[in-house]
Design a protein around this ligand. Structure first.
Ligand SMILES: Nc1ncnc2c1ncn2[C@@H]1O[C@H](COP(=O)(O)OP(=O)(O)OP(=O)(O)O)[C@@H](O)[C@H]1O
Ligand SMILES: [Mg+2]
Length: 339
């Protein structure tokens, strides 16, 4: 449905997108995830038509749209700040795109009603934006994009203005709506939890490049680079030499592998010495809710983070001697690069 091929975008001397390529299937929800300034918005704006790349191609449903303006592409765009018109009612806001296209009154009313139904705001037609909660305003902005039945929905940090709890609820709601309507969606976020919640696939970006494009499970379980491992979830990115202490005969890791990733839940802690375990000392203990999170300073370094299910009933305090081993050697993943 969306194909981005070898896109390069410069703003003056600033090379903002570097050979970005993505192929997104119809009905997929994809997020562009990365730190501030890595080029997420610029890539989204190239797909929407608000920016034109110097090199590369964008195709939508097989049509080359690289140089077409936004209104000639079949895309709906939801901006970071919703940009609702304050002097217009909810119905007028949602119907705005249709009135620009000179739709007749009947089409307009039924389409607006349908779009408001999709976002569960039936009955809010005559309200004004300022009388709505943040989450409701967010859904009006979504309805305004959905009313035009775009092939593709593009959203730029659309949940930023919401508090944490509402934000979590809206993420689930968005995914349900997009799946029900059968849209193809590309969302920008710098929030890894949001990416894990809404996406079929995540494109992790760094300095204008796409580092990895894969499902949330693959990104979490098999990151390809140290950067991706560190960006998604909590990770111990260990120098190869340090990891050798846990995985005695290295698993046939390739020569160019520099680091080994061990997720905190893959470490096991015991107060007594066990064969193959590495001794260390508890540096910090924190309750996360279901788990206890430990920082362990290994004898001879480095420090690692371990997450232990509270049902395991391990009692360890700061300063205690502890022995660290890995539960699953296959869960120790070789990656390129170092931190
Ligand atoms: N119109 C522009 N003119 C000049 N430079 C720009 C323009 N738009 C973006 N940039 C630059 O391009 C780089 C990437 O910006 P972009 O907005 O794509 O980042 P982002 O990943 O969306 O960041 P954030 O998470 O902060 O929104 C930044 O260095 C930014 O300053
Ligand atoms: Mg941005």
């Amino acid at each position: 449905m969306i194909e981005v091929s070898a896109l390069n975008k410069h703003f003056g001397a600033n090379h903002v997108l570097r050979d970005c390529s993505l192929a997104i299937d119809a009905g997929e929800v994809v997020t562009l995830l990365g730190a501030s300034g890595c080029g997420k918005t610029t890539l989204l704006r190239c797909i929407a038509g608000f920016e034109t790349p110097q090199q590369g191609r964008v195709t939508l449903a097989g049509e080359d749209v690289t140089t077409l303006p936004p209104n000639r592409r079949d895309v709906g765009f939801v901006f970071q700040n919703y940009a609702l018109f304050p002097h217009m009612t909810v119905a007028e806001n949602v119907g705005y795109g249709l009135s620009v296209r000179r739709a007749d009154r009947k089409t307009m009313e039924s389409s607006v009603a349908e779009a408001l139904d999709m976002v569960s705001l039936t009955g809010f037609e005559d309200r004004f934006p300022k009388s709505l909660s943040g989450g409701q305003q967010q859904r009006v902005a979504l309805a305004r994009a959905l009313v035009l039945h775009p092939k593709v929905l593009l959203m730029d940090e659309a949940f930023n203005a919401l508090d944490a709890k509402l934000r979590g609820a809206m993420q689930i709601e968005l995914r349900k709506i997009v799946k029900r309507v059968g849209l193809t969606a590309v969302c920008v976020t710098h929030d890894q939890d949001e990416a894990l919640t809404i996406s079929d696939r995540i494109a992790v970006m760094s300095e204008g490049r796409i580092e990895q494009f894969a499902s949330p499970q693959t990104i979490y379980d098999s990151p390809t680079t140290a950067f991706v491992a560190d960006f998604i979830g909590a990770a111990n990115v260990l120098p190869r030499k340090a990891a050798d202490r846990f995985v005695a005969d290295d698993q046939g890791w390739a020569n160019d592998v520099q680091s080994i990733v061990v997720r905190p839940e893959n470490f096991n802690l015991t107060p007594q010495v066990v064969p193959g375990a590495v001794p260390g000392r508890v540096d910090f203990v924190r309750l996360t809710g279901p788990d206890m999170a430990y920082e362990i300073a290994l004898d001879g370094g480095p420090s690692v983070r371990a997450l232990i299910d509270r049902h395991d009933h391990i009692q360890l305090d700061v300063g205690d001697q502890v022995y660290v081993s890995v539960r699953d050697k296959d869960g120790c993943k070789p990656v390129l690069g170092a931190l």
